[in-house]
Write a protein that binds this ligand. Sequence first.
Ligand code: F3S
Length: 271
Amino acid sequence: MEITLAKSAGFCFGVKRALKIVEEEAKKSKITILGDLIHNEYVVNALKNKGIDSAGSLDEVNSERLVISAHGVADSVKEKAKKIVKVIDATCPLVEKVHACAKDIEKNGMHVVVIGQPNHTEVKGITGNLSNYTIIENVEEVGKLKDKNIGIVVQTTQDIEKVNEIVKKIKKTAKYVKFYDTICFATKDRQTEAKEISKKVDLMIVIGSKKSSNTKRLVEVCSRNTETKHVESDNDLDKRWFKKKKKIGITAGASTPNILIENVFNKIKNY
Ligand code: F3S
């Protein structure tokens, strides 16, 4: 079997930055993370083993210092936290950019459309700063938009093709549309490479947590071109998938650690 491993697979700049902040701060004194630092169970458990816990809400924080995860939170959550604990902000700067664009749209009197998943932490953080917004996840939902002056921002990890389709449809119906393409460069690089590789292989393996938005988008992108399997680690691999397959592609989400990628690669190599 010929195996192609995506060069862009694994940790993005925002994840590396958040982990560095947490590791450095943890050396000083006890810290707690609000929610999961990133969406990967292996990483979250590794942090727990080092004594770095996550809190589901501000009420559960049992240390004097609190880290805001890479996905960010609404300003009101940050302000509330600051009254209780010292806040260390590990929000990815590219998520902060989405917050700024969304606020700018609202300030200019337009209706804010956020393309993304309503229940995702990042989207909750973005919309938590707004009073006048609609979340659109699929092109079918565009019909529910009633406003004629619309500003669009995008969850950083969305599918490029799907977003373009949604924006095109909004432009057909609204009078004025300002589109901030806030899909981050890490997402774009990973999706572009995954698309290229998946066109040339018989089977694509995408590694990452089932909770990871950007990993799920990679699965969608690859599935358009070839048979695709989503695994969280080498334990999920099934030898039967590889029967009669000559070319295998591997990629991984922006929150997938190298060790998991290496394990998957080596196991497939030995089939
Ligand atoms: Fe930031 Fe994009 Fe990674 S928003 S955390 S660089 S996937």
